[in-house]
Ligand binder design. Sequence first.
Ligand SMILES: Nc1nc2c(ncn2[C@@H]2O[C@H](COP(=O)(O)OP(=O)(O)OP(=O)(O)O)[C@@H](O)[C@H]2O)c(=O)[nH]1
Ligand SMILES: [Mg+2]
Length: 480
Amino acid sequence: MPTHSGELRDLLYRDTIAALSSAPGKGAIAVVRLSGAETEKIVRKIFRPKDPEGDFENRKFRVGRFVGADGGAFDEGMAVMFFGPGSYTGENMAELYCHGGPGIVRALLVAASEAGARPAGPGEFTKRAFLAGKIDLLQCESVADLVSAETRRAAQAALSHLDSGLSKTLESIWEKIVEAGAHLEAAIDFPDEFEPGAGPAVQGKPMDEKELARRFMEVRDALEGLEKTYNSGRILREGARMAILGRSNAGKSTLLNRLLGEERAIMSPTPGTTRDTVEEVCDIGGIPVRLIDTAGIRETGDPVELEGTKRARRAAAGSDICLVVVDAAAGPEEVRWANAELGELDCLAIMVANKMDLPHAKAPGRSKFSGKAACVCPVSALTGEGIENLRETMASTLIGNEGDEFGGNQLFLARERHRDLVVRCKKAIERGAEGLNNTTSPELVAVDLNEAQRALSELLGRDYGQALLDKIFSTFCIGK
Ligand SMILES: Nc1nc2c(ncn2[C@@H]2O[C@H](COP(=O)(O)OP(=O)(O)OP(=O)(O)O)[C@@H](O)[C@H]2O)c(=O)[nH]1
Ligand SMILES: [Mg+2]
């Protein structure tokens, strides 16, 4: 991986940074991190080891006391050195473990600062790792995603990016584009040989226009496969919104409480109980889902209820999927009502046939909602029957199996930046393939291929500007 020398040199020789890496506030233990050329010198000034005869060894803890500029000790803890270039940032680094009181942390940061460190900016440790060529830009982004993952599954998706899953897939696409570029270049340099079956020998068999166009389409399909994973990736990273809609008294609030496992919303036999929307995040099959309980929809002259109904529709419009709750004991008219009243929402829906514990309850068979097929989940929000199946249906409807396409690695595009660049690359490849099929001059096809390469390059962080770095790292925690 290339190092990014200019900026790196500045960073390496100018300053050593320090920051609290654990969460701020009171805790049992806090971790302060340092990185930069002066790290060891600073640690020796602010940490007095219990075994003064010993010395720092790479990645080995030492017990001792933290001291301020006046030489007074203020805490007991541990220090560990990570010597470059094998460290996270590639520079000399240290982690100091102190007791997690805000007073101690402040004193330790002041001591580090007085000894020559400056406070780190957001994500500056990871930025240094990037500039030192230790990790690529996609991996940097996955570090931030890992830190902010709300569920185990979201963390797994981020981890697969950190393990270079996405980088490797993109690298293999890059290589195919470079190979196609070499053949195209040869066609430009030796135009007479750009005939079917002829052409100069470029890395193995020569390629004619047809073969090149076929290769272009292969690349295009791979990019499209990646693009398709975006919605699922976004949902895993940012969470999904799911409004619970239905007629008054269908059991929406009871369902919300059942899914949350706590009595969050008020439930009652009186229709019109829920007036305003009630939101809560829960883990559905590893996906962070914001459930929004809404006011029941019914004809009413009550202005508060009318406003509640408006808010319910607004919540539905901003949702990834809606749960349409119907009272299964109220007859088939309930489903017709749901379609008539909510059909204009035009959103993906799961139909929840509630109150299945009642003697006359009957769940509708396959259902359509807003003209689209909708899964029907028979449940009893009261007893919990069918809730596990509903959870599974919610998870599979939200994420599907797109992530499995890449060798079962659960690879997802999780950021808009990634999706946009994949689409830009795909479009350029499509234009190139079209050019080849229409026997456009190879020079023009080469322009498209260059554009595809530029997009991939930007995605992999080989080609980046300060603005992009600032944007990415500004979302990081300080200390990461
Ligand atoms: N038997 C049975 N009763 C249920 C079930 N779910 C909800 N109920 C009852 O139906 C009534 C209405 O429940 P809520 O959860 O308040 O209904 P809602 O859809 O939120 O109603 P609004 O907020 O008024 O729109 C309450 O008396 C619940 O106990 C169920 O699965 N089985
Ligand atoms: Mg309610």
